[in-house]
Design a protein around this ligand. Structure first.
Ligand code: DGY
Length: 434
């Protein structure tokens, strides 16, 4: 795997490999023992890239086990529950999804597709080609599910039916639409996350009540995508999911080209074209940023978040808008020691420790830096990598970090941060430098 590293970097490389090994439950990786004891969808996409630096077979396996949980309708669930583990709430019984293995009822941003492309680039063996060929139709069906089930009106933006579907659980992006969710049927429940992590770093009860009310809605409606689009109390176009899907569509198209899947190339091209137009609906002119759009009320959120800057990762080339985004990014980076915070520090809801309301995330930095580098902002991409390296050195492989002090937050020894170290941050990593 890694080579030429200094002694100290090699220690971090070894620690990162050790974390992935410890969280590997045999073909799939859990994000963190106790806090998240199952396979999570977008975590596995990042984790596959970490494994790719030292175990190609295991990297493919991570994506294969995730796709084994695909639903008949193409959806790839955000949690795969292979066995019940009382350390986590809400577990499989709460979701009431009758598939084998049991899963949650929502999806997550398709980072796994971009990981599959990266693996196919790195592993050009016949076996690697065969594995890419086997994954391709599943990925295609998953993307079709996003474009149909989560964009039934062909708006070119992707709706999320639960904050967990976009992966940025308690972002202020959702505060407006979540306020309208009726929680009267939720009743008593026992959270487990706050037994593992300082409650100051987690979503509040107000958020959890609504997370559970939305699960109840999905369950009562048999997880039917048409009913969800029609009447889910939460139906919000997410800049994060929309941008990550645009990038993933481009990577899926690359795979389709590689595999000679011409019909798929045409289908994917149409998705990309529609999304490049549609995503402009998320532009908030006053703020100079892409924001969440509540598709029920028509209201745009007012938060500049780290997802706003995924425009570069998506390859959007709206010159004036990109300039405004870069000005915003430079300002935000001037206000923190470790970028990119998940919310603008100038926003009244900025909370530097509370999950997606301020903290900096290594995985988001990795995506953002790829987009910035592709667009020619090498200095900003380098800043993000240096900041991420510093965070790991100061605090270890945490789930997320305080952008002001570098304090490690959430779960420790976290799989996706270890993976990002290996694939992008380690000074001894040369093969996948972003
Ligand atoms: C959690 O349980 O906090 C997860 O983010 C849900 O996906």
């Amino acid at each position: 795997m890694v080579s030429n590293g200094s002694g100290a970097s090699r220690d971090f490389d070894d620690q990162a490999v050790e974390i992935l090994r410890q969280n590997d439950l045999g073909g799939f990786t859990i994000p963190r023992h106790g806090l998240y004891p199952y396979q999570w969808n977008w975590d596995s996409g990042f984790v596959a890239l970490g494994f790719a630096t030292f175990d190609t077979d295991r990297a493919w396996r991570e994506l294969e086990t995730l796709l084994e949980a695909q639903w008949p309708n193409g959806m790839v669930p955000h949690i795969v529950f292979r066995a019940n583990d009382p350390d986590y709430f809400p577990g499989p019984d709460v979701w009431g999804v009758s598939v084998d293995p049991p899963t949650s009822g929502y999806s997550q941003p398709p980072v796994a597709t971009s990981a599959a492309r990266r693996l196919a680039e790195l592993d050009q063996s016949t076996a690697g080609r065969d594995r890419a060929r086997a994954l391709f139709p599943k990925l295609l069906r998953w993307h079709r599910w996003f474009h149909e089930a989560r964009d039934p009106q062909s708006l070119g933006v992707i709706a999320t039916a639960h904050p967990w579907e976009g992966g940025r659980d308690n972002s202020p992006d959702w505060d407006g639409p979540m306020a309208a969710v009726d929680t009267s049927g939720v009743g008593e429940y026992q959270r487990r996350d706050t037994e593992h992590v300082d409650p100051e770093m987690r979503p509040k009860k107000h958020d959890y009540d609504r997370y559970l009310a939305l699960i109840q809605f999905g369950r009562e409606n048999g997880w039917d995508p048409a009913k969800t689009a029609q009447s889910s109390p939460f139906w919000v176009a997410d800049p994060g999911t929309t941008m990550i899907l645009i990038r993933a569509d481009r990577d899926l198209r690359w795979l389709a080209d590689l595999l000679g899947e011409d019909d798929a190339v045409r289908e994917i091209d149409a998705w990309i074209e529609r999304a490049e137009d549609g995503v402009q609906r998320l532009w908030n002119e006053e703020l100079g940023a892409y924001c969440a759009l509540d598709l029920r009320s028509g209201k745009l959120a007012d938060g500049l978040t780290n997802a706003s800057f995924l425009a570069f990762y998506a390859g959007l080339n709206h010159r004036d808008r990109n300039d405004r985004l870069i000005a915003n990014l430079r300002r935000v980076l001037g206000e923190v020691r470790f970028g990119v915070p998940s919310l603008d520090p100038a926003h009244s809801k900025f909370d530097p420790l509370r999950y997606w309301r301020g903290p900096t995330w290594a995985v988001m930095n990795f995506l953002l830096a790829q987009g910035l580098r592709d667009t020619g902002y090498e200095d900003l991409a380098t800043r993000l990598r240096d900041d991420t390296r510093e965070l790991v050195k100061i605090s270890g492989f945490n789930e997320y970090y305080c952008p002001l002090t570098g304090r490690g937050c959430g779960g420790a020894d976290f799989s996706w941060t270890a993976a990002i170290w290996l694939t992008w941050v380690s000074p001894s990593q040369t093969s996948l430098a972003a």
